[in-house]
Design a protein around this ligand. Structure first.
Ligand code: IFM
Length: 469
């Protein structure tokens, strides 16, 4: 594995010199500021593998992916990128690329047993990983929960059970006591929208339940879990930053008609305000329950105060926009635009959406905290040809989205950094391994890592930025 790592670093240095550059931001871009953090992100279930090693318990994604028909080609995270065994080479690779930050997540079922006691072997994995990242001078951003709920908690109702929020606070307590000092930023949850809506509302993700009332109740318990964990993280690790990560969606109207404009508004209520209003205004948007009548969650006294405690940062994940029209009743329907650029996921490439949402949030939320773009990137059907991956569309995608970030900063939004999704190709949930989001290619039959051209160009920019006086 050491050989693997040095081969990768050699290839990066060799290629750096020879590149012409379709990526580097223009001279007046704010991204040249040295304190704008540029890093990459991953998540535990998507890269680690080793699902039954060293006392790890099953998660809802082990169960879901083992259920026929749930994941494309029957793929599972059992091996993934084998990062659990190859983490040293992977950290070496991150460092060779000059990436300044690394966002990772902890697998809850790896570090805690069903009685809530620590699993030392699992914890030691993260301690070794985080210590090594710190030794390399890499800023660490840790997500406590990126969807791999222990199956034993799902068996007791999962996020439909209020008790799970309290179990989450216990888990956050253990993590922050054990890992304090090695984490620069803690994010409680990744994308509660996906956990609640895809997991409990339409069944596309684990645990695969499909009921609108479940989605809103699961969301409430997820946000409560976040709120309960925040003071715990603050008490155990006072010097780190604490926040949460939300995926946001841009909805645009298919026409100027009032009905279509309303549809686009409702789309954004459902994707953005459903999460951001409780966090930043302490209340659910009432329009949500116009869209989904009869789905108001059970909220106890004090919950909204717990949920809306101040954040040190807000993580934003952005991928695409959706063009919508009125469904003729009280909702919206997607209207696919013809002739627009799309990715391997079928998602439209729409960088302006990122800028428009960020500047819109600044107008809507007077207490908007500093922002990190915690995920942005695209899937493409990348192939290794003569040892290289020329991921031209991704290079252009990243350049355009970073330009949108620069525009939002110039419009007054406080954005402190950007993490590429993802460091490497990985298990893309219901789409398995076919969709490749990495800036590093993974050959799943050999686990060989090949740095794509996009990563080489990011590395080149970071090197130039570092060299500037
Ligand atoms: O792979 C996911 C990630 O886990 C969460 N955000 C979106 C990514 C791409 O779908």
């Amino acid at each position: 594995m050491a050989n693997d790592a040095s081969a990768v670093s050699d290839a990066i240095s060799r290629n750096l010199g020879a590149l012409t550059d379709p990526f580097t931001p223009p001279a007046d871009s704010t991204l040249w500021r040295k304190n704008f953090l540029l890093g990459a992100a991953t998540a535990s279930y998507q890269i680690e593998g080793a699902v039954d090693e060293d006392g790890r318990l099953p998660s809802i994604w082990d169960t879901f992916s083992a259920t026929p028909g749930k994941v494309l080609a029957g793929d599972t995270g059992a091996v993934a990128c084998d990062h659990y065994h190859r983490w040293e080479a992977d950290v070496e690779m991150l460092a060779s690329l000059g990436l300044e930050g690394y966002r990772l997540s902890i697998a809850w079922p790896r570090v805690m047993d069903a009685a809530g006691l620590p699993n030392r072997k699992g914890l030691d994995f993260y301690k070794r990983l985080l210590n090594r990242l710190k030794e390399k001078g890499i800023t660490t951003s840790v997500t406590v929960y990126h969807w791999d709920l222990p199956q034993h908690l799902e068996d007791r109702g999962g996020w439909l059970n209020r008790d799970t929020a309290y179990r989450f606070a216990d888990y956050a307590d253990l993590m922050s006591r054990e890992l304090a000092g090695t984490v620069d930023a803690w994010a409680t949850l990744n994308e509660p929208w996906c956990s609640a809506y895809l997991g409990y509302g339409n069944g596309h993700h684990a645990p695969g339940l499909a009921d609108g009332r479940f989605a809103t109740q699961a969301m409430h318990h997820l946000l409560l879990a976040h709120g309960l964990a925040m003071p715990v993280l603050r008490a155990n690790d006072p010097t780190s930053q604490k926040g949460i990560v939300a995926n946001i969606g841009r909805g645009t109207a298919n026409s100027d008609s009032a009905a279509d404009q309303r549809a686009a508004h409702l789309f954004e209520v459902q994707h953005n305000a459903w999460i951001l209003d409780p966090l930043l205004k302490g209340a659910y948007p009432q329009d949500l329950f116009e869209l989904w009548p009869g789905t108001e969650p059970l909220v106890l006294d004090g919950d909204m105060q717990t949920i809306s405690a101040p954040l040190d940062f807000l993580g934003i994940n952005y991928y695409f926009r959706t063009n919508v029209a009125s469904d003729g009743a009280h909702g919206f329907r997607d209207v696919q635009l013809e002739g627009v650029e799309r990715t391997q996921m079928g998602w439209e490439v729409y960088p302006d959406g990122l800028r428009d949402l960020l500047t819109g949030f600044k107008r809507t939320y007077h207490n908007l905290p500093p922002i990190y773009i915690t995920e942005n990137g695209m899937a493409s059907d990348d192939k290794v040809i003569d040892g290289h991956v020329d991921d031209t569309q991704r290079i252009s995608f990243l350049k355009r989205h970073l330009a949108a970030v620069d525009q939002a900063i110039k419009a007054g939004v406080d954005i402190r950094g950007y993490f590429l999704w993802s460091l490497m190709d990985n298990f893309e949930w219901a789409f398995g391994y076919e969709r490749r989001f990495g800036v590093v290619h993974i050959d799943y039959s050999t686990q060989k890592r090949t740095v794509k051209r996009s990563a080489e160009l990011v590395a080149k920019f970071l090197k130039e930025r570092k060299a500037r006086v």
